[in-house]
Design a binder for this molecule. Structure first.
Ligand code: MG
Length: 244
């Protein structure tokens, strides 16, 4: 009996070590597959107390990760990821917030799975709500559009077809830490995809990880919002935020 317990412990430790070492497939969940729902909602103008992060013309609220001017393209009322543009982040930092952001994956489909219209909205630069063309595009469920990447599967798949504008409305509660660095309260997120509830006040397990298990590391009460360059020309428009 004792022997069996020790073997079990060794096996779990081996799996955990392998996950931490380098196989991203170990944290992919392929089921359940969220049901497809046809959305109805298209856009929402900023309310009077919102901070406008992109109005279709001015992307000066954004910079590169190392605080330099970014090269994302502003044209036709949208902000588009250029080739080798790199991630961008807001100059201003945010904690608890309501965020509205509209995004569009390329109309001409190229690639598959995670390589199709991939970007991401990283709250506090760490916690990713996945942006992906998940319209008839199979991938692991905890990595599709509307997932908190490798943490939470969206309740349904409310994706529009590639080339159409899509909307995320996000309500985010920032994590809190003790002076010692220990976690006081985890981050939480509620999100609507094209007006459809996909995440209902879920608790985040830590900062997004491609490989291995997410974990929290102490950071400031407010941090910049980050948009991911995943080498796909995804566009954004009408980005606004309300501090809570
Ligand atoms: Mg992504």
């Amino acid at each position: 009996m004792k022997k069996l317990f020790i073997i079990k412990c060794l096996l779990l430790t081996a799996i955990f070590c392998r996950a931490q070492r380098g196989d991203p497939a170990l944290t992919e969940l392929w089921s359940p597959v969220p049901a497809v729902v046809a959305p109805g909602y298209t856009s929402l103008d900023a309310p009077s107390d919102a901070i406008i992060l992109f109005n279709g013309k001015d992307a000066s609220q954004w910079q590169t990760k190392d605080d330099k001017p970014h090269s994302w393209k502003v044209a036709d009322n949208m902000l588009t990821i250029p080739s080798l543009g790199g991630d961008i982040k807001t100059k201003q930092s945010f904690g608890d917030c309501q965020l509205h952001i509209e995004w569009r994956t390329p109309a001409v489909v190229s690639g598959e799975g995670q390589g199709r219209g991939n970007s991401g909205i990283f709250l506090m630069g760490r916690y990713e709500l996945q942006v992906l063309d998940s319209y008839n595009n199979s991938t692991y469920s905890n990595g599709q559009a509307g997932s908190i990447y490798k943490q939470h599967i969206p309740m349904v798949n409310a994706s529009r077809a590639p080339g159409q504008w899509q909307v995320y409305d996000i309500i985010f509660t920032a994590p809190q830490f003790f002076e010692s660095g220990a976690l006081k309260s985890p981050a939480r997120m509620t999100a609507l995809h094209n007006g459809v509830l996909i995440l209902n006040n879920v608790t985040l397990w830590g900062a997004t990880q491609f490989i291995g298990v997410p974990k929290y590391e102490k950071h400031a009460l407010k941090e910049p919002l980050l948009l991911q360059d995943h080498r796909n020309p995804v566009s954004f428009r009408n980005i606004w935020i309300r501090e809570l």
